[in-house]
Structures are given as C-alpha cells and as structure tokens.
Design a protein around this ligand. Structure first.
Ligand SMILES: [Zn+2]
Length: 169
C-alpha cells in the first residue's frame, strides 16, 4: 500500500466500510485516508470499531509452536544386527581386541566388543549380557604370568648371574 492507492477502510463519517484513498502513510500502514463517498479525510481504520484487527486476532489465536522435536532416542542395542555378517575372531585371553570387534567365545557365544575399560580388560556384549573378560594377556608383565615373581626380600641371596627370563619365542 502507498499514498494515493485505494483501500477499503472504515469511514468515521459514513460509519461503514468504504473505498478510501490513502492520504498519508506511517511506515507500512495507511495513517490518513480520504473517503470516496463523503470525501472526508480521517484516520485510517481497517475495520469498524469493535472488530478485532487482524493483527490482534492473530495474536490471541496464535498457538504456541510445538516444542522442537526431542532428539531421536538412541536405537536399542541390537547385538544380532551389529554382528550379522561379520567375521568373528575367536576369543583368547592372549588376543588383543578393539572396540567394535566381533568376538566368538566358546561359552558365551558371539559378541561385540563394547569397551576397553582397563588394561587387559575387554567388555564384550554377548547374547546373554555383557561380560568383562581378560585380553591382551601377552602384553602383561611376563614375569608374573609365566615365571614365579622375583622376590625382592631375599636379602641379597639372588643369584648375581640372574639369567634373562626364558623366552618361548
Ligand atoms: Zn465516508
């Protein structure tokens, strides 16, 4: 809308809706109009008194926008789907596993590595539930697994020609 355009408005003289010519604008809205019937200039009224303006009606009937969709829930852990078609490595405490590896255990069945919560510990999800198992044993200190621990309190009785630990390699 702009000055000199015609617009429907309420005429305060005729007391009904009439065609008006816009005489003055304030911002995007007509401020003053001239009635084409009685040729009186008066303040622009978009509707008869008592009629809610479209803007007010819109404000009162506006419904709050639906809350933003909640983040999609994490999909249920589907072990079968996660390991389907994948090659499983046989579980062995000497093997080293990585997260998301598929592992076949002689007792627990086929599972998926969930986490490596600690050194030489591997958490594997099996159909019966998750288990905390040993792995990576070969990287554990060999002396504590394959040889008796060296006693440090022998009062110097240790053999000075202490041979290096036997190696199986
Ligand atoms: Zn009029």
């Amino acid at each position: 809308m702009k000055v000199s355009e015609e617009t429907q408005a309420y005429c305060t003289s005729c007391r009904e809706m009439r065609e008006h010519i816009i005489v003055a604008m304030v911002g995007p809205k007509p401020a003053k109009v001239e009635c084409l019937s009685c040729h009186k200039q008066h303040l622009y009224r978009a509707a008869p008194p008592g009629t809610p303006t479209p803007r007010a009606a819109g404000a009162t009937t506006r419904t709050p926008k639906a809350k933003a969709a909640a983040p999609a829930p994490a999909p249920a852990f589907d072990l079968g789907a996660r390991i389907a078609g994948r090659t499983a490595r046989a579980y062995s405490p000497d093997a080293t596993f990585a997260v998301d590896e598929v592992v076949r255990h002689p007792n627990f069945g086929t599972g998926l590595v969930l986490a490596l919560p600690a050194k030489q510990k591997v958490e594997i999800a099996f159909p019966s539930g998750s288990k905390l198992l040993m792995h990576d044993r070969k990287n554990a200190r060999p002396s504590t697994l394959e040889h008796p621990p060296v006693r440090e309190d022998d009062g110097g009785q240790r053999n000075p020609t202490d041979a290096p630990p036997r190696s199986r390699h």
